[in-house]
Design a protein around this ligand. Structure first.
Ligand SMILES: NC(=O)c1ccc[n+]([C@@H]2O[C@H](COP(=O)([O-])OP(=O)(O)OC[C@H]3O[C@@H](n4cnc5c(N)ncnc54)[C@H](OP(=O)(O)O)[C@@H]3O)[C@@H](O)[C@H]2O)c1
Length: 228
């Protein structure tokens, strides 16, 4: 089964940091900010995917209400909205994220979980009509998960949106087809702040040659680079 075509898209400092909060007051950010959304929308992918930490920080909006299931809960997969055509995918191995609805700005939510997830959390997702699939025993098997996403949903292209841990895992597994990098003219020396690809303990580090496809100068001195 083919997996989706995956484009990694990130806004980065010149030294590879991606935690943007400290730069929001910089001249560069303020001059460039209006250009971020049009670039994001230009991808027209079927969905986007983020790690649990990014989802928790930027999108998840409640503590999950865990109630004992009243009937057996499917450990196969669950489709919460069969009509959905665009998707927001959360890599959430243990089932920690809480959601008030089953979509983010119109994109239907899919939780990608490991077998560690509890029945109570699956029951919670079903009550919220949030789709899920389980792939991997202790952690998420990302390669298999990408294939399952293409199999179960109309997802042919997917925007990988961070954070560094998920980016690194996907990159190490050879699951990134294109890289789109908006390089902001800021240098950020915060020690320990997330970098573009932090890699993981579970996947081997990898060095790949990339081919530069385009280069565009944007407002605020941002350079938008695209690689294959
Ligand atoms: N500049 C940008 O364009 C941009 C974009 C997105 C995010 N960010 C920043 O990135 C930061 C977060 O990055 P992060 O690296 O700390 O976290 P992250 O990649 O968002 O999430 C990491 C978590 O996702 C789950 N996960 C990721 N890869 C996995 C794998 N291979 N197998 C199983 N689970 C996996 C794990 O969840 P569990 O811990 O639950 O096991 C892991 O701890 C945020 O502060 C955000 O602001 C920046």
């Amino acid at each position: 089964m083919p997996r989706p075509h995956i484009i990694l898209h990130m806004i980065s400092s010149v030294n590879g940091k991606i935690l943007t909060a400290p730069w929001r007051t910089s001249r560069a950010w303020q001059a460039a900010e209006a250009g971020f959304d049009p670039v994001y929308r230009s991808f027209a992918t079927d969905g986007w995917v983020c790690g649990r930490v990014t989802m928790e920080q930027d999108f998840a909006d409640e503590a999950p209400e865990l109630l004992p299931p009243t009937a057996p809960v499917s450990r196969d997969h669950f489709i919460g909205d069969p009509q959905a055509s665009t998707f927001a995918v959360a890599i959430d191995p243990g089932g920690k994220l809480g959601w008030t609805g089953n979509a983010i700005e119109g994109d239907h939510l899919i939780e990608v979980l490991s077998e560690q997830v509890t029945d109570a959390y699956l029951h919670y997702l079903q009550r919220r009509r949030i789709s899920y699939l389980i792939c991997g025993r202790d952690t998420v098997d990302l390669a298999a998960a990408m294939q399952r996403l293409a199999e179960l949903f109309p997802i042919r292209t997917l925007l990988l949106q961070g954070g560094g841990y998920l980016n690194g895992s996907m990159f190490n597994l050879g699951l990134v087809d294109e890289v789109s990098l908006m390089l902001l003219p800021v240098a950020d020396s915060h020690p320990g702040h997330t970098a573009l690809e932090t890699g993981t303990r579970t996947t081997l580090p990898r060095v790949s040659d990339l081919q530069l496809v385009s280069m565009q100068r944007m407002d605020g001195g941002v350079v938008w680079l695209r690689y294959r």
